[in-house]
Design a protein around this ligand. Structure first.
Ligand SMILES: *Cc1c(COP(=O)(O)O)cnc(C)c1O
Length: 400
């Protein structure tokens, strides 16, 4: 792909990212600046991480205050902000207890371990499998890579961690295969982010949830991309009306500070005891200060209501563009997690946007993934739509 540049062979960095030809050095609100002083409207939000925009005042203040108190202490001691953040997450969710870690993959690793331990504690020796779904993305570590049902992510890394079984996402017929006597949990995204912004079909999802209930299978939801207000509710499961037994969080939880979390119902969480799981950095005071200020900012302002309004406006505008331009195949969105499926490869559009001062992402090859900060202004949304229209028009003219 000509759009991205891989690390030079001479670089001191391992060559694991296809990077855009851009060096970012500063951010505030909806904007980032490059090393030449040019600014960009950031509709990637660090991949749904800077949900409150870059360096939100309330989080900056809390982290600065904590910087002068204590940066780190072991989890062998009590950490007040950890307790407070856990209480907030419990208050605003259907889950009862929280374990903190540092990233999404780590949160899913913890969920996978918890599911295994839960089955062992119940005496279900035969239950050794976790069901995940095609096009999912759960992370890059050993187990989370194996949980991710995408062949391209497994390539070169066999033998994979055993114990995962893949079923087709949104396929009602395949639900028959969920319960086979071996399944201890299902793990899924309610809107697949990396996989192309695919929302779960509500009938399929409800059936899956009921099946899990019926057979004592843990219903575990990966909210790493969909959580922290991205869909217009604090958690996407609220939108879909299904109560999970376990959820995992990361990306938006710390406004850019690395924080991950595993949340579970008490009956499940009890399977973790001293000695079964842990983390050196997880729940560190600085990370907790960032997380606490983030959730308080989201819940104590009308941010979630605004996401709904902004989402509705974007849906209308994008529907109009779809009518005008046949190159748009489908608009898939929930809150401000927006996918525009194009008929052709979408990478050239990402370049066109950047040349016009707006950063957007891909999800797969044909889907433009648009993740504005939840705090985006109406004016910034209008700018985006105007530029999108210009790009589609220019593209149409080129094709003639
Ligand atoms: C980003 C992401 C992950 C992995 O998170 P990391 O912090 O990169 O380990 C897992 N699941 C989903 C749904 C994600 O979007």
């Amino acid at each position: 792909m000509s759009e991205t540049v891989t690390e030079q062979a001479s670089s001191a960095l391992m060559n694991v990212y296809n990077r855009f030809p851009l060096t970012l050095v500063k951010g505030k609100g909806s904007y980032v600046w490059d090393d030449e002083g040019a600014n960009y409207l950031d509709f990637t939000s660090g991949i749904a991480t800077c949900n409150l925009g870059h360096i939100p005042d309330s989080v900056e203040e809390a982290v600065k205050e904590q910087l002068e108190q204590l940066w780190h202490c072991s989890n062998l001691y009590h950490i007040p902000a950890q307790k407070k953040l856990a209480e907030q997450l419990v208050k605003y969710s259907c889950l009862d207890q929280v374990f903190f870690c540092n990233s999404g993959a780590e949160a899913n690793e913890a969920a996978i371990k918890l599911a295994k331990k839960y089955a062992k504690d119940k005496g279900w020796e035969d239950r050794t499998e976790i069901v995940t779904f095609t096009q999912s993305f759960h992370g890059r570590t050993g187990s989370t890579m194996a949980a991710t049902a995408q062949e391209k992510i497994h390539q070169g890394f066999t033998p994979l961690t055993p114990g995962f079984r893949y079923l087709p996402y949104n396929n009602i017929e395949a639900l028959k295969q969920v319960h086979n006597g071996k399944t201890t949990a299902v793990l899924l995204e309610l809107i697949q982010g990396e996989g192309g912004v695919n929302p779960a079909n509500i009938e399929w999802l409800t059936n899956l949830r009921d099946l899990c209930h019926e057979h004592d299978i843990l219903f575990m939801v990966d909210e790493i991309q969909t959580g922290m207000g991205r869909t217009g509710e604090l958690f996407a499961y609220e939108q879909f009306g299904v109560d999970p037994d376990v959820i995992t969080l990361a990306k938006g939880l710390g406004s850019g500070f690395p924080v991950g979390a595993l949340l579970a119902k008490k009956t499940v969480a009890e399977s973790f005891q001293p000695g079964t799981h842990g983390s050196t950095f997880g729940g560190n005071p600085l990370a907790m200060a960032a997380g606490l200020a983030t959730i308080e900012t989201i819940m104590n302002n009308s941010i979630l209501n605004e996401v709904e309004n902004k989402s509705r406006w974007m849906a209308e505008q994008l529907a109009t563009l779809k009518q005008q331009f046949s190159s748009i195949e489908e608009v898939k969105m929930s809150g401000l997690l927006i996918g525009v499926q194009m008929k052709e490869e979408a990478a050239p559009l990402v370049t066109a946007f950047r040349e016009k001062g707006i950063l957007v992402l891909l999800a797969g090859s044909h889907v433009l993934r648009i993740l504005p900060p939840l705090t985006v202004s109406q004016e910034e949304l209008t700018t985006f739509i105007t530029v999108f229209k210009e790009i589609l028009q220019a593209k149409g003219a080129n094709q003639l």
